[in-house]
Write a protein that binds this ligand. Sequence first.
Ligand SMILES: [Zn+2]
Length: 193
Amino acid sequence: MCPVCGLMYVKSGGGSHLCTLCRQKKYAFERARAVFCYNDEIGKLIHSLKFSGKKTGLRTMAVLAQNSSLADLSSPDIIVPVPLHPLKLKSRGFNQSLLLAKVFFPDQKAKISHCLVRSRHTRPQTGLKGDERRKNVVGAFLVREPERVQGKKICLVDDVFTTGTTVNECAKTLKKAGAASVEVATLAMVVKQ
Ligand SMILES: [Zn+2]
């Protein structure tokens, strides 16, 4: 795997090494880890959580998360779920990243902060290509009360790490507001062939 972004290599020959993007220091976050490699079953689980509000798998996920590579991440000062736009939050009724933050850090719920907000509505990243994904989220986030993140070690939480574009934009925004470091915890990472 890549020790920075957590990208898993399908053909494991040379052991762990930096991926191309991390060699170019492409990401604003320090490190990313996921509980699972994305597959159809995990996709269904995330879909039923996001779109049907089915929270039945969460307890199992909590156990698996405690025994996953999330353990590589450092202990955060604050935990920040990737926010939904207020309109989307209203229609969905919950933020799946907030649910996952509670699942990943069951003993640290008091550290969860809603300081990061979406400043504008964005299209879903699904179906967009690399450059379109970047353009779609540029400037989409802002930090409310930046003094809450200044000098802090932050753990961002999201459901899926596909190209890292969304969490990278969040990390950039948090760093600009003065965060000392940003790490990323997701439920699943898409493995590239
Ligand atoms: Zn990498």
